[in-house]
Design a binder for this molecule. Structure first.
Ligand code: DHB
Length: 377
């Protein structure tokens, strides 16, 4: 949606083929944190009004281990803040803007396949929401279809390389209709497992618990979830307390890192989760997808309008530099905060956390990555 918005501003027409319904896309709870440069980009293309009104600007995060909670102040350390503003809200803003502009969005597409992507006349075939087969000829196809879509597999095995890490734990994520018990996000290391207190608004909290892979969400009553959150997020000086409330949604999220290269094959370009997955710790997934399309949009304009293939030829290599930086950061945050049953690793994690909480240089490294590098880097 954002890519279509950026392309339209430069006179390049696009059609969006979406597997889900519009209701599903507008309701699904996804990521929650926007980097500084993501907000700047959205504001610069007319999508900043609701972010400015309803978004919550955060100076930093809290890092915690039992008995200690430490504020990492990104603004002080690197001069950049982040914003709490859900991906679902970004999606709503994009649907309003694109619908007003007459964007073609074909929801409910099934059996999507890509054809002739190595030629100058690629096409996409699918069954539309009425059950009719459709065929779209294009100059370029962009796979923004996530890790389960057909685009990543349209790059031949002889061409692509894949790197993957599966983590031995998952997150149980809940959305709760209760005011956050904290002004900024809390990332907590605890011997029982990682816990996090995030939020979506001043009325809605988003919380996560590290759980074993294969956990059935039905094994976790709401009472058990709140008790585990209170235990892992509690034990801080000053009598802080977690306020529980009605849980409106709960699900288990597996965690992995995945990178596929190249991100371009002929006239097929990959962006976002189609090319790379990060574990959620550190909130990079959505921001990385935004960075991909911020790079891809001018490259496609150069290719299609100015007959200049240079930026499109460079897209994969340039995008992958940021992808690997964020892949490292997400892996590092995940590895530092999740217990894996190894007592040696637990000591290393606590030593690392102490270092970040006592060294300005170490804290600045975290802050620089979390608040995000400028786009184009
Ligand atoms: C959220 C998720 C994250 O992984 C993170 O690091 C910060 C916030 C969230 O969903 O709110």
């Amino acid at each position: 949606m954002l890519l279509s918005h950026l392309l339209a501003a430069e006179g390049v027409e696009s059609v969006i083929v979406e597997a889900r319904s519009q209701d599903y896309v507008l309701a699904r709870i996804r990521a929650g944190i926007l980097e500084h440069s993501s907000v700047e980009l959205l504001c610069s293309v007319g999508l900043g009004e609701r972010i400015g009104r309803d978004g919550l600007e955060h100076r930093g995060i809290y890092l915690q281990s039992p008995g200690e909670r430490h504020h990492i102040d990104f603004v002080d350390l690197v001069g950049r803040s982040v914003w709490v503003y859900g991906q679902t809200e970004v999606q709503k803003d994009l649907v309003s803007a694109r619908t007003a502009a007459g964007q073609q969005i074909l929801y409910g597409a099934n059996d999507v396949s890509l054809h002739d992507v190595a030629s100058d006349k690629p096409s996409v075939r699918f069954t539309d929401s009425d059950g009719s087969r459709q065929h779209l000829d294009a100059d370029v196809v962009v796979g923004c279809d996530g890790s389960f879509g057909p685009s990543r597999d349209a790059i031949p095995d002889t061409v692509k390389r894949v790197w993957e890490r599966v983590y031995p734990y998952s997150w149980l994520g809940v959305l709760a209709a209760v005011a956050p018990s904290t002004d900024e996000l809390i990332y907590a290391w605890h011997p029982d497992g990682f816990a996090m207190h995030s939020m979506r608004s001043m009325q809605t909290s988003r919380l996560y618990l590290q759980v074993p892979n294969g956990t059935d969400v039905n094994q976790w009553s709401h009472q058990r979830i709140w008790a585990a959150l209170a235990k892992r997020l509690g034990h801080t000086p000053g009598g802080w307390e977690l306020t529980p409330g009605p849980i409106t949604e709960a699900s288990v999220l597996p965690m992995r890192s995945y990178v596929q290269a190249p991100m371009r094959y002929g006239r097929l370009f990959l962006a976002g989760d189609a090319a790379h997955i990060v574990p959620p710790t550190g909130a990079k997934g959505l921001n990385l997808a935004i960075a991909d399309v911020a790079l891809l949009a001018p490259a496609l304009v150069a290719l299609l309008r100015n007959n200049d293939p240079g930026p499109a030829d460079d897209y994969s290599d340039v995008a992958l530099r940021r992808v690997w930086r964020c892949t490292h950061f997400s892996w590092w945050m995940t590895s530092m905060l999740h217990v894996n049953g190894d007592p040696f690793d637990a000591q290393l994690q606590q030593a690392q956390l102490r270092w970040i909480c006592t060294s300005r240089a170490a804290a600045a490294g975290l802050a620089e990555n979390y608040a995000g590098l400028p786009l184009g880097q």
